[in-house]
Design a protein around this ligand. Structure first.
Ligand SMILES: [Zn+2]
Length: 229
């Protein structure tokens, strides 16, 4: 408990125990995932799963700091090594594959999902799986100086927010610090879900770090959405 002595005055011993008893699946160990897994592991989330099938490349290190010195390694394995060094009390599992409709069921073994992938396809697969299985998830996305976060606990879901999704570009331009801000907000949301605190449900937080505008878009269930009520 000594490790958590500075945060126990904030969340209480009961809150700390709840974190230790909780499990989170982090989908994507890239720019957002690096931040989220760092703060969840250091806060003492008891069990963390990391899904990523990609290999660390040099241009990832501009923002994916957990992979320092790991060029050529699988990102889930590399991230697992990082978590084990950061907080040996955390039980960590690496899933070295990219999420598809068949393997998404791994999410069933976790209390909360942190959605940190780099494409819409994975977001939608997880959205649908989490809605069907009643698993809360925290969405984060980044583009250049801009980021967004929302938390889905049942309806309204991520599909309700957009309904139509643009074609994915091969690689999006991104500043490292945008991942830092966005991933930190996602970490806060995941921890608040675990602690039963108010979260960004039905609220999309958007920000632009160029103008420093932070604003919210409220959204409801869209009746055309395929998600179940
Ligand atoms: Zn929906």
């Amino acid at each position: 408990m000594d490790r958590y002595i500075r945060q126990i005055p904030v969340i209480g011993e009961r809150g700390q125990e709840r974190l230790i008893d909780s499990s989170v699946l982090i989908v994507g160990a890239g720019g957002l995932g690096s931040v989220v897994l760092t703060y969840l592991a250091s806060a003492g989330v008891g069990r963390i799963g990391i899904v990523d099938g990609d290999i660390v490349e040099e241009h990832n290190l501009q923002r994916q700091f957990v992979h320092a010195g790991k060029i050529g390694k699988n990102k889930a394995i590399s991230a697992m090594d990082f978590v084990e060094r950061l907080n040996p009390n955390v039980e960590v599992e690496a899933y070295p594959f990219n999420v598809n409709e068949k393997n998404v069921k791994v999410a069933k073994h976790y209390d909360v999902v942190a959605l940190c992938p780099d494409n819409f396809e994975v977001r939608l697969i997880l959205n649908d799986f989490c809605i069907e299985n009643g698993i809360p998830f925290v969405h984060g996305a980044v583009y250049g100086f801009e980021g967004e976060v929302t938390t889905v606990i049942g309806s309204p879901c991520y599909r309700c927010l957009y309904l139509k999704f643009p074609k994915q570009k091969n690689s999006t331009p991104i500043m490292g610090f945008t991942c830092g801000v966005t991933g930190s907000i996602q970490s806060a949301e995941v921890i608040k879900v675990i602690l039963d605190m108010e979260v960004l449900k039905g609220r999309l937080l958007r920000f632009d770090l160029r103008s420093m505008d932070f604003f919210e878009v409220k959204y409801d269930r869209d009746s055309r959405c395929i998600c179940k009520k």
